[in-house]
Ligand binder design. Structure first.
Ligand code: PLP
Length: 384
């Protein structure tokens, strides 16, 4: 397969890449044509035909099918997957349902805000809860920084698997081991990891792992899935409830709420079903290529990128020990927005992301080594 992930059959699935060097998956992934079609087909059929097409059974199946493909991605039991509408919704829903009365919540001071805000909000309401945000050192953490922050007061460790800003990949097994020794839970946001890092919930041994549709999983906006361990699930009562929260959702019994025995109890309402169908389809699309293969491909591209960036003066790469498919760097004495504007004006524009005044590059299956070289050549020219 060389450095190309796409085959004769799939090379036209990402039309934007014909004109643009798209290196911005950590922001929004490109949705492959077959997934776009499947999503639109379902949504159009539902819009035009209502209950003529969406039987009660089919409505149940939309989530159950996503649960099944989600469990293949996460390597866990189907019944341990709950379907949400966004990662932020899932994080909030789970944070509040943990019903922590006192103790410490551990996260970091450079996390994506959706990870820290729910706890800042909860701690605002309850003075017995302290949110401890570990300070990054030049945007990175050692594993000891994290392990040393976990102690007997810790109730939850709330972290990303791969950091959105720097690409740092945390060693979840070590973190889970330490946290569990102190009786703390581990809740992970995997939106910057799932889709190119092979996952196995039993091996990672985290309590919750959430991911969203629209980045590395290459699906439309509007859905997320969460693994919640059986042991934890049994102890939780959802905060939000609605007609879908009942064991038999078609029973529509308004006087008694009997939850399902599984994490399905976290699902409460109708939603944009087309994107749920789309996410199931995109997971299958990625699995057909092979997550291990994608990881090796993305790794090769980011390695090449680091090698080339190291050869350019005034560039400082943020270099975590262990990383995912995200490379972030600063250019001494240059405004990154200015550089970005110039890259956008090229005949073949480069699409990247600026975060905290740094340049973030995040290649995925539709990128090749030529994209990396194209970016580097043009960057070198702009900087010279
Ligand atoms: C680490 C992380 N978590 C959550 C989100 C947002 O997820 P959602 O839009 O599904 O709430 C992002 C988006 O950039 C992110 O990088």
């Amino acid at each position: 397969m060389g450095d190309k992930m796409l085959t004769k059959e799939t090379k036209n699935d990402f039309p934007a890449t014909k004109a643009v060097n798209y290196l911005s998956t950590a922001s929004i992934g490109l949705v492959p044509n077959p997934v776009v079609e499947k999503t639109l087909e379902f949504s159009e059929d539902l819009a035009k035909n209502g209950t003529l097409t969406l039987s009660e059974e089919k409505e149940v199946m939309v989530y159950d099918n996503l649960r099944t493909t989600g469990s293949e991605l996460f390597r866990c039991d189907t019944q341990d997957i709950a379907v949400f509408n966004s990662v932020t919704e899932a994080l909030n829903s789970i944070a509040w349902s943990l019903d922590i009365k006192k103790g410490k919540i551990i996260s970091t001071n450079i996390e994506f805000p959706s990870i820290t805000y729910p706890w800042l909000r909860i701690a605002d309401k309850n003075e017995n809860i302290q949110v401890k945000l570990i300070n990054a050192n030049n945007w990175c953490f050692t594993i000891e920084d994290i392990l040393n922050a976990i102690d007997k007061e810790t109730r939850v460790v709330f972290l990303s698997h791969v950091e959105y800003l720097t690409g740092q990949q945390h060693d979840l097994k070590k973190i889970a081991k330490q946290a569990h020794e102190f009786g703390a839970l581990v809740v992970i946001d995997g939106i910057q990891a799932a889709g190119y890092i092979p996952l196995n919930m039993r091996e990672l041994n985290v309590d919750v792992y959430i991911t969203g549709s629209y980045k590395w999983l290459l699906a439309p906006f509007g859905t997320a899935i969460a693994y919640i361990s059986k042991e934890l699930c049994d102890t939780l009562t959802p905060v939000f409830v609605g007609w879908r929260s009942a064991e038999d959702m078609w029973n529509l019994n308004p006087v008694e709420l009997k939850y399902p025995l599984t994490v399905r109890k976290f699902e409460y309402s109708t939603s944009a079903y087309g994107v749920k169908v789309g996410l199931a389809e995109s997971i299958k699309y990625l699995q057909k290529i092979g997550i291990e293969k994608i990881q090796a491909h993305n790794w090769k591209l980011t390695e090449r990128l680091v090698k080339e960036l190291n050869g350019i003066d005034r560039i400082e790469i943020i270099a975590p020990e262990n990383r995912g498919s995200i490379i972030t760097f600063k250019i001494d004495g240059r405004d990154s927005q200015e550089v970005n504007k110039k890259l956008k004006k090229l005949k073949r524009p480069v699409e990247l992301t600026i975060r905290q005044d740094m340049i973030r590059i995040s290649p995925h299956i539709y990128n090749t080594e030529s994209d990396i070289i194209h970016f580097i050549d043009n960057l070198t020219q702009i900087l010279s």
